[in-house]
Design a protein around this ligand. Structure first.
Ligand code: ADE
Length: 220
């Protein structure tokens, strides 16, 4: 998969892309990620990307020209263009799975008051990461990249770590324990030490259901 990120703040991505699983995924050539500065598609001396809204009102609006030109340069036949905005469909694991099967995605990060409405026509999809407003689309783009890249086959070492995790089955994940068996008086559930795999599977299924009922009834 190839990901282009069109942003006014490419430096914000260095930490998250340069460490841990995302770093390894790039080293293993499972994904290539290019950070593109929207200002590179401006033609004036001040590299202007925004302007005042017609009709008045506070703040500035991202101009259509640089975003359209970025797409002219970056988009190919198989490209999906995704706009990060608080007005988009709410991101979830199902959308992440769909995106993880794409060949090329272009993530466009907004800023200021928002995008000129005509930019929306460029996008195949608008995604919000939740009902709250961030200062820009960069952190949402990082959330999308992180969630999608770990789903690309071969990125995670253990196949099972994808199979059982929360949201894959529409249930929250069962509780995990590691050593020591007793920590500050808190014991690991007996069944996990029993070596009886059937019982362990049953216990985990029960726990996942119990936890989901208690915390996220909406998922059931
Ligand atoms: N830009 C600002 N807030 C956002 C959000 N919640 N999701 C996606 N993009 C955004």
């Amino acid at each position: 998969m190839h990901i282009d990120v069109v942003t006014l703040f490419p430096d914000m991505f260095a930490g998250i892309l340069g460490d841990s699983i995302l770093k390894r995924a790039q080293e293993k050539k499972k994904v290539t990620i290019d950070l593109r500065n929207l200002r590179d598609w401006t033609h004036d001396k001040r590299r202007t990307v925004d302007d005042k809204p017609f009709g008045g009102g506070p703040g500035m609006v991202i101009k259509p020209e640089p975003v359209y030109e970025a797409c002219d340069d970056l988009c190919k036949k198989n490209t999906r263009v995704i706009l990060l905005t608080p007005q988009g469909e709410k991101f979830n694991q199902r959308i992440a799975r769909q995106l993880s099967r794409m060949r090329h995605i272009v993530l466009i990060c907004g800023h200021y008051e928002g995008f000129d409405e005509r930019i929306r026509e460029l996008a195949d999809r608008e995604i919000s990461i939740g009902d709250y407003v961030l200062t820009g689309g960069e952190i949402p783009a990082m959330v999308v990249i992180d969630t999608v890249v770990r789903l690309i086959p071969g990125v995670l070492g253990e196949k099972d770590s994808l199979v059982n995790e929360s949201f894959t089955t529409s249930l929250l994940e069962y509780p995990h324990y590691t050593r020591p068996r007793v920590f500050r008086g808190k014991k690991v559930p007996e069944v996990l030490l029993s070596g009886n795999h059937e019982q362990i599977e049953q216990w985990r299924a029960d726990q996942a259901l119990k936890k989901t009922k208690k915390r996220r009834r909406d998922l059931l």
